[in-house]
Write a protein that binds this ligand. Structure first.
Ligand code: JFZ
Length: 587
C-alpha cells in the first residue's frame, strides 16, 4: 500500500517552493518539450476511468448472492470464490451488445474529461480486445465478436480525446502461471510466472501499444511480487512502441512516470511531482446492480477541484453494465458535474496547486497564471467571504458567471490586516460551488498559516500539526471489501505528548471546539490556547472516527495563536487523533 502523503515537515518545506509554469488551457501546444500525452495529464487534470470486463456480466451477484464492494473482484477467493473453469465458461454468453464507444466519448466530453483509461485486462485475465496471444477475450470467446478497445480508441481519436489502457500485468487469475492464478504442474511459481509473462503479458502489452494508434497511458496495476527486471521490460516495451505515452507507478519497482495515490485519497497538503488521484462513481470499480451509493455532482466537483488544488490530476471511474450500457445515475451525475467544469474551465484546465498549500475553511483554491480561483464549497450566509493570509495588495476580486448569473461581476473588498473581506451575495450564485477570481499585486505573497474566520468552521488536521512526544502517521484501511479510507493521525501518545497548530484568528470570542479521534473507553482531553485560556473534557470514544464536542474556548485576541491538544488520560495504545474543528459561537 503506497499512500505517499508527505510528512508535515517535508511538506511544509515544499510548500514554499511553488514554481510558476505557464498556463495552457487549450492543451495543444508543447513548446516546453512535453509530449501530447504529458500535456493531457498535466494540464487536462481530469480523466475518465472505465472498469469493464467479464465481471461486468455478473454485476456483483453470483448464484443469487450479493457481493458488496469491488464487483470486479467477484471471482476472487475473498468474494464468491468462483472456480476458474466455471468463471471462464461465463464468457460463452457475455454479450455486451449495447457498448457504444461514441456515446461513452460524448459522456466523457460532457463531463469535461480529457482522456479515457479503460480496463483492457483486469485481474480475471479476460481481454477486452481481439488478442492473438490468448483467446480468452471479448472477440474470440463471446458471441459479441467485437474488439471494444479498438472501438473506444477510434472514437477517442476521432473526438480528440486521449485513450489509455489499464492492464493487470501480474495478477491473472485464469492464465496458468499468472499472479494468484492456476499453477503449472511441474513448474515452480517463478518458472510458471515467467512463462505467463513471456506468452501472455508481454505479447498483449505489445498488441495494446501497436494496434490502437496513439496511447495516452498504460495503466499497470498491482505489481505484486514483480521483479525489477520484469517491470523494466514492460516500461521499455511501452517506450519503444509509444514514446510519448505515460506509464503508471503501479508497474512496480518505482519505474512509473507518475504516482497513483491509494483509491479515494486526496492529500491534505500540496504534493509535488506528477501524480493522480482516483475515485469511483459507486463503491466498487466494476458495475454493481444493487449498489445505490452514487457520488453526487457536488462530491465529484469538490474531489476534482481539491485534487487539482493539491497539485494532482483526477481520474473518475464508471462501470458499464452487463449489456455495456453506462448506468443512468452515472450519466446524470457526470453530466451535471460536467456542466460545472464547462462553466469554469479555467479552474481545472491548466490550473495548478493552491498557493495556500492546503484546503481553506470554505473550500479550496487553484492558481492559473496570474489568477487565483477560489472555489467556495460552503457559501457564507452573512454576505462576506474571508480570505486569509494575503500579504500585499489585491488588484481585483470577481465573481465568475455562474449557473444563475449570466455575467461575471466585480466584487468590493477590504483589507483587514492579512485578511481580505470580500462582499458577496447572500445566496450562493452557483448551487454546486461558486468561483471567485482573485488577482493579487505581483509583489503580494500568501501566508500558509491555518486560519479561522468568524463565519465558517475551520478544520485543523494533525497532518498540519506539530507533534511533540508522539508520531504522525498515514493510515489506510478497508471498510468493506475494496472500500478504502485514509487518514493522517497522531499516535503513540502519552500524558506528556502534545499536538499543536498555529492558527490565525480573525476575531476574538468564544469558539466551539470538536475533536476527531479513534479510541477506546474514556478519553480526557485538554486544549490550551498558549498564553491564554484552556479547557478540559472527558469523552467516551465511539466505534469509528467522528467529531465529539470539547465545548467553548475563549480566544481573547485577533492574530496568530498556538492551540495545543493534550490527552491527559486514555487507553493510549488505542488512541488515534485525526483533527480538531473550531467555529466561532455567534453571541
Ligand atoms: C486495484 C484493483 O485491485 C482494483 O480492482 C481496481 O482496479 C483499482 C483501481 O486498483 O486496487 C487497488 C490497488 C492499489 C491500492 C488500492 C486498491 N492502493 O495502493 O491503495
Amino acid at each position: 500500500m503506497n499512500t505517499r502523503i508527505l510528512s508535515t515537515a517535508a511538506a511544509l518545506l515544499m510548500l514554499s517552493a511553488c514554481t510558476q509554469t505557464p498556463a495552457n488551457t487549450d492543451l495543444t501546444d508543447s513548446q516546453d518539450g512535453r509530449s501530447r500525452q504529458e500535456i493531457l495529464f498535466d494540464d487536462g487534470n481530469y480523466a475518465m476511468f472505465i472498469h469493464f470486463g467479464l465481471y461486468s456480466k455478473l454485476e456483483g451477484e453470483w448464484k443469487g448472492k450479493l457481493y458488496f464492494g469491488n464487483a470486479e473482484w467477484i471471482m476472487n477467493q475473498n468474494q464468491a470464490a468462483i472456480p476458474v473453469e466455471e468463471y471462464m465458461a461465463e464468457a460463452a454468453d457475455f454479450n455486451p451488445c449495447d457498448f457504444d464507444a461514441k456515446a461513452i466519448v460524448d459522456l466523457a466530453k460532457a463531463a469535461g474529461m480529457k482522456y479515457i483509461v479503460i480496463t483492457s485486462k483486469h485481474h480475471e485475465g479476460f481481454a477486452m480486445f481481439d488478442s492473438d496471444a490468448c483467446n480468452f477475450n471479448i472477440h474470440d470467446a463471446t458471441p459479441l465478436k467485437r474488439d471494444l478497445m479498438k472501438e473506444l480508441a477510434d472514437a477517442c481519436h476521432e473526438a480528440g480525446l486521449g485513450i489509455g489502457f489499464y492492464y493487470s500485468q501480474w495478477q491473472d487469475w485464469t492464465a496458468p502461471g499468472g499472479g494468484s492464478g492456476p499453477e503449472i504442474p511441474g513448474m515452480t511459481r517463478e518458472e510458471a510466472f515467467e512463462k505467463y509473462f513471456r506468452e501472455k503479458c508481454i505479447p498483449q502489452v505489445n498488441e495494446l501499444t501497436t494496434k490502437y494508434g496513439e496511447i495516452q497511458v498504460i495503466w499497470f496495476d498491482t505489481p505484486g511480487s514483480l521483479s525489477p527486471e520484469f517491470s523494466k521490460e514492460l516500461v521499455d516495451l511501452v517506450r519503444k512502441n509509444q514514446p510519448g505515452a505515460l506509464v503508471s507507478s503501479r508497474v512496480g519497482n518505482d519505474m512509473g512516470d507518475y504516482e497513483t495515490l491509494g483509491d479515494m485519497q486526496v492529500p491534505v497538503v500540496n504534493m509535488p511531482g506528477r501524480w493522480e488521484g482516483i475515485d469511483v462513481v459507486q463503491v466498487g470499480w466494476g458495475f454493481s446492480r444493487f449498489d445505490s451509493e452514487w457520488k453526487s455532482p457536488e462530491y465529484i466537483v469538490r474531489t476534482l477541484v481539491s485534487t487539482v488544488a493539491r497539485g494532482g490530476t483526477f481520474m473518475f471511474n464508471i462501470g458499464p453494465d452487463a449489456r455495456g450500457r453506462i448506468p443512468e445515475e452515472a450519466q446524470m451525475t457526470l453530466r451535471k458535474s460536467g456542466e460545472w467544469v464547462h462553466r469554469y474551465p479555467q479552474a481545472i484546465y491548466g490550473a495548478q496547486a493552491s498557493p495556500w498549500g492546503h484546503a481553506l475553511p470554505w473550500g479550496d483554491a487553484v492558481r492559473h497564471g496570474e489568477k487565483i480561483y477560489m472555489v467556495v464549497y460552503d457559501w457564507p450566509s452573512d454576505g462576506r467571504l474571508w480570505v486569509p493570509g494575503i500579504k500585499g495588495q489585491v488588484k481585483s476580486a470577481r465573481l465568475l458567471a455562474g449557473a444563475s448569473m449570466p455575467k461575471a461581476k466585480a466584487l468590493k473588498y477590504r483589507n483587514e490586516g492579512e485578511w481580505i473581506g470580500i462582499a458577496v451575495p447572500v445566496q450562493a450564485p452557483d448551487p454546486i460551488a461558486s468561483v471567485i477570481e482573485l488577482t493579487l499585486d505581483p509583489d503580494a505573497s500568501i501566508d500558509k498559516t491555518l486560519a479561522a474566520a468568524p463565519n465558517c468552521a475551520a478544520e485543523l488536521p494533525v497532518a498540519l500539526a506539530q507533534a511533540d512526544g508522539c508520531s504522525i502517521e498515514d493510515k489506510a484501511w478497508m471498510v468493506k471489501f475494496g472500500e478504502w479510507k485514509f487518514k493522517t493521525v497522531a499516535q503513540g501518545m502519552n500524558a506528556a505528548s502534545k499536538v499543536s497548530w498555529d492558527l490565525n484568528v480573525k476575531e476574538p470570542g468564544f469558539y466551539q471546539v470538536d475533536v476527531e479521534y479513534l479510541g477506546k473507553g474514556l478519553v480526557d482531553f485538554r486544549l490550551t490556547d498558549k498564553g491564554g485560556a484552556s479547557i478540559v473534557d472527558r469523552k467516551k470514544a465511539g466505534s469509528d472516527y467522528g467529531f465529539q464536542s470539547l465545548g467553548w474556548i475563549r480566544i481573547d485576541s485577533a492574530g496568530t495563536h498556538t492551540l495545543e491538544l493534550n490527552v491527559t488520560d486514555a487507553d493510549y495504545e488505542a488512541l488515534k487523533l485525526a483533527s480538531i474543528r473550531i467555529s466561532k459561537v455567534n453571541l
